[in-house]
Design a binder for this molecule. Structure first.
Ligand code: AMP
Length: 284
C-alpha cells in the first residue's frame, strides 16, 4: 500500500494506473477508521482495479471549532487497518497541502443544505462540496463510495456530480452497525461507557418510529414518541424528520405520493453529552 501526503506524487502514481486502463475507486474519509469505513473500501476493491482511501479532517466542513479540535485523529492505526484490506493507496494530506491559501469558494446547494444537517450546521455542506470537488479533481476516480450513514451528504454529492459533470459513478454503501444497533462512527470514540450505552437510543428510536409510521401515525405523533425516548435517556434530540430521500423535501406523512423523487427516509440527530451523533433509516 502506497502512502501519499503530497498531491504531486499521488497524481504520478494514479496517472500510471490510468494509462494502464485501470479503474480507480475513491473512498473519502476523515480517518479514525472503523468497520463502516472498511466496508466502503472492500466494496470499492470488489469493483475497481485500484482503491484510494483519503484521510483528511477537513477544516472547512466544521462549523464548530471545538468539534474540529476534538475530532479523533489516529493515522498510524488507520494505515495498519488499511494494510489489512485491499486498499492500494492512502492520501493523507496536511491542511496546508489541500488549502495553501484560505479558501474563498462557497457552495450553495439550495434546499438540499437548508434542512436537517444543513440547518443545524451552517456552512457544513459548502465545506463538504469543496473538499469532495478537490478530491475528485486531484484523484479523478472512476467510482466514489460514500456511506448511507450520512445520507444528506450523499444527496448533496449526487447533485454536485450531476451539476458539475464529474465523470464518475457514485455508490452509497449501507450503514454498518454495532451489535446493539448503534451506527458506527468515529465520534463514538468520544463517548464514555455510560454515554456509549445510552447512544443506542438513536437506533431504537428509528426502529420505533418506523413501526409507528407504518401503523399510520403522523410524523408529528412519531416525533413525540422519539422525543420521549430521548428524554428518558437524557439525550438531547436535535431533529427527527421524514424526508424524500432524493430531493430531501420534508414529509408530514408517509404516503408514497409525498416522496415523488425518492423513498421516504427517517433522519435523526442529537447530542450525547458533547458528542453529536446522526443516524437514518429508510421506511421500506
Ligand atoms: P467520515 O470519516 O465520518 O467522514 O466518513 C467517511 C465515509 O464513511 C462517509 O462516506 C461516511 O458516510 C462513511 N461512513 C461513516 N460511518 C459509516 C458506517 N457506520 N457505515 C457505513 N459507512 C459509514
Amino acid at each position: 500500500m502506497e502512502i501519499f501526503k503530497q498531491i504531486a506524487p499521488l497524481k504520478a502514481f494514479l496517472n500510471a494506473q490510468k494509462r494502464a486502463g485501470k479503474s480507480i475507486g475513491l473512498v473519502p474519509t476523515m480517518g479514525a477508521l472503523h468497520a463502516g469505513h472498511l466496508s466502503l473500501i472492500t466494496t470499492s476493491a470488489a469493483q475497481n482495479d485500484v482503491t484510494v482511501c483519503s484521510i483528511f479532517v477537513n477544516p472547512t466542513q466544521f462549523n464548530n471549532p471545538g468539534d474540529l479540535q476534538k475530532y479523533p485523529r489516529t493515522l498510524d492505526k488507520d494505515t495498519l487497518l488499511l494494510e489489512k484490506v485491499e486498499c492500494d493507496a492512502v492520501f493523507c494530506p496536511d491542511a496546508s497541502e489541500m488549502y495553501p491559501e484560505r479558501s474563498i469558494i462557497k457552495f450553495d446547494f439550495g434546499h438540499l443544505d437548508k434542512v436537517m444537517e444543513g440547518a443545524f450546521r451552517p456552512g457544513h455542506f459548502s465545506g463538504v462540496g469543496l473538499v469532495v470537488s478537490k478530491l475528485f479533481n486531484i484523484i479523478q476516480p472512476t467510482h466514489a463510495y460514500f456511506g448511507q450513514k450520512d445520507w444528506q451528504q450523499f444527496a448533496v454529492i449526487r447533485r454536485l456530480v450531476d451539476e458539475l459533470n464529474f465523470d464518475l459513478e457514485l455508490t452509497s454503501v449501507p450503514t454498518s452497525r454495532e451489535d446493539d444497533g448503534l451506527a458506527m462512527s468515529s465520534r463514538n470514540l468520544r463517548l464514555n461507557p455510560e454515554q456509549r450505552q445510552v447512544a443506542t437510543v438513536f437506533y431504537e428510536s428509528l426502529m420505533a418510529a418506523k413501526q409507528a409510521l407504518q401503523q399510520g401515525k403522523t410524523v408529528q405523533e412519531t416525533r413525540a414518541i422519539v422525543q420521549t425516548k430521548f428524554d428518558e435517556r437524557r439525550v438531547s434530540l436535535e431533529y427527527f424528520e421524514l424526508a424524500d430521500s432524493k430531493n430531501l423535501n420534508i414529509l408530514e406523512n408517509v404516503k408514497a405520493s409525498d416522496a415523488p423523487s425518492g423513498q421516504p427516509i427517517m433522519c435523526i440527530a442529537g447530542f450525547v453529552g458533547e458528542v453529536r451523533l446522526i443516524d437514518n433509516m429508510f421506511l421500506q
